[in-house]
Design a protein around this ligand. Structure first.
Ligand code: FES
Ligand SMILES: [Fe+2]
Length: 470
């Protein structure tokens, strides 16, 4: 079988900036050995999102977070700070809190309130909210040789950012703020911490976790997958790496043919009346992405563009008017848009891929987010989660919880269903002996390349390599 010729070396960040041609191996998607290695080299060493902070508002609120073979307990303490421990008793290793595997319709995670201590259900060893051991039956049998270090819970790093709780099992990990880097600055400027869940859904899906997150990393697939959107808009994307994380945003194929506004907002298809096509695009997007990736306010303001603006208004003026009136409408109901500094706005883009398993499509008052995790020991399955965040007037955020939802258009909207329809067939297709290896688009699919470049750093193998085209 022909492989891409003359593969040379693992790519660097500057190779990516130069948009060089690369490929990467498919072994990380299918190999059980690779999955076992991810358990050792990836998941215990990365900052990963657990939950929104507002889910654990009060002292004693706690929950579990599982990834691969790891289970972690996160607890809100009396002083308001967070504490996290490995969910394992130091005696003979029983899970301190029993956490069954995620079960469609039954179990997403285990959580509760008013927790002051943990008592192991096997032999009764007990622990306080700092993880110190407070009770051992017949301690004298160990000849009084047990030390607090031997009998306390194993601590896990916990921090919060953007209203999310993050954990890292690596004691030597860089601080979360450094991990987030510029991606954190951009998303923080959008005040994610003031947003609340609008909905949250999950499913077990038949593909590797990397296939699942990649389906949402690049807008290059929009023209081929979400064909109904082409009627109103042109879809061309740039993407750019910022170390661990990367961003994509709207771009124009021909710099003379259209306008961009920092890659975050866009007008409809060139050649159409932008007052009308902007509305159609925004409305269709909103309604087919399960009422997310925009807001009622933005859709309503777009619906008025035709009556509020004269015919012939330029695309840029239509967008400016739309944003201004939506912002004023929101202010009237107490939703104040963040002031995003111009230098941040410039690099803000449309969606960030946060290494390794999170994707956040952000706006001034909303975010559509994805998270994926491996499922059990099967490289052919993953846990897929998606949730919408939005700024609500004080006290008006809806009550939500994680809902298991089969991957149908009825449950997730047409656009997400179209994405789901690709995922398992990408996973199957890449197994073909006729597949010569991925040929990611160097301009539009850099986020996929960057995922594999950074993954290789953790895994020690499997990175993208340059294709020698000379
Ligand atoms: S395993 Fe927990 S007390 Fe024995
Ligand atoms: Fe998509």
């Amino acid at each position: 079988m022909n492989k891409p010729e003359k593969i040379e070396r693992v790519i660097s960040a500057s190779d990516m900036d130069d948009e060089k041609l690369v490929t990467y191996p498919t072994e990380p998607f299918f190999s059980r050995d690779y999955l076992e290695n991810e358990k050792k080299r990836l998941w215990p060493r990365i900052w990963q999102m657990v939950e929104r902070e507002e889910d654990l508002p009060d002292p004693g609120d706690w929950m579990t977070y599982n990834v691969a073979d790891e289970s972690v307990i996160i607890l809100r303490k009396d002083d308001g700070s967070l504490k996290a421990f490995h969910n394992v008793c130091p005696h003979r290793g029983r899970q301190l809190v029993s956490v069954p595997d995620m079960m469609p319709g039954k179990i997403h995670d285990v959580r509760g309130n008013n927790r002051k201590s943990f008592i192991c259900g096997f032999h009764g060893w007990s622990f306080d909210s700092d993880g110190n051991n407070t009770y051992i039956l017949d301690q004298q049998d160990w000849h009084d040789k047990l030390t607090p270090e031997m009998t306390c819970l194993s601590e896990v790093q916990v921090d919060s950012w953007g209203g999310f709780i993050y954990i890292n099992m690596d004691k030597d990990a860089v601080p979360l703020k450094d991990w987030m880097g510029f991606a954190g600055d951009v998303l923080e400027a959008h005040e994610l911490s003031k947003m609340r869940y609008k909905w949250r859904q999950w499913a077990i899906y038949d593909c590797n976790w990397k296939v699942a997150i990649e389906a949402f990393l690049e807008p290059y697939h929009v023209a081929g997958t979400h064909t109904q959107l082409l009627e109103f808009g042109d879809y061309y994307a740039y993407s750019k790496q910022f170390g661990l994380h990367s961003v994509s945003g709207y771009d124009v194929r021909d710099q003379d043919a259209g306008e961009t506004s920092g890659g975050t907002t866009r007008s409809g298809k060139s050649g159409l009346d932008p007052r009308i096509s902007t509305y159609q695009l925004i409305k269709t997007n909103y309604e087919t992405v399960n009422y997310s990736a925009s807001t009622e306010t933005l859709v309503a303001a777009a619906s008025r563009l035709e009556e509020e603006l004269p015919e012939g208004t330029s695309s840029a003026d239509v967008i400016a008017h739309w944003i201004k009136s939506a912002k004023a409408d929101d202010a009237k109901r107490g939703v104040i848009w963040p002031d995003i500094p111009a230098d941040i706005q410039k690099e803000s883009g449309l969606a960030w891929g946060l290494f390794p398993n999170q994707n956040i499509l952000h706006g001034a008052t909303f975010a559509l987010c994805y998270r994926v995790r491996p499922y059990g020991d099967d490289p052919n399955k993953c846990i897929f989660e998606s949730y919408a965040l939005e700024r609500f007037p004080e006290g008006e955020a809806p009550e939500t919880e994680w809902v298991h939802a089969d991957p149908t258009g009825e449950n997730w909207g047409l656009v997400l269903q179209q994405d789901f329809d690709n995922m398992q067939y990408v996973h199957k297709g890449m197994k073909s002996s006729g597949f010569r290896g991925p040929l990611p688009n160097p301009h539009q699919e850099q986020k996929v390349i960057n995922l594999h470049r950074n993954l290789a750093d953790f895994m020690g193998s499997g990175g993208p390599r340059l294709i020698d085209t000379d």
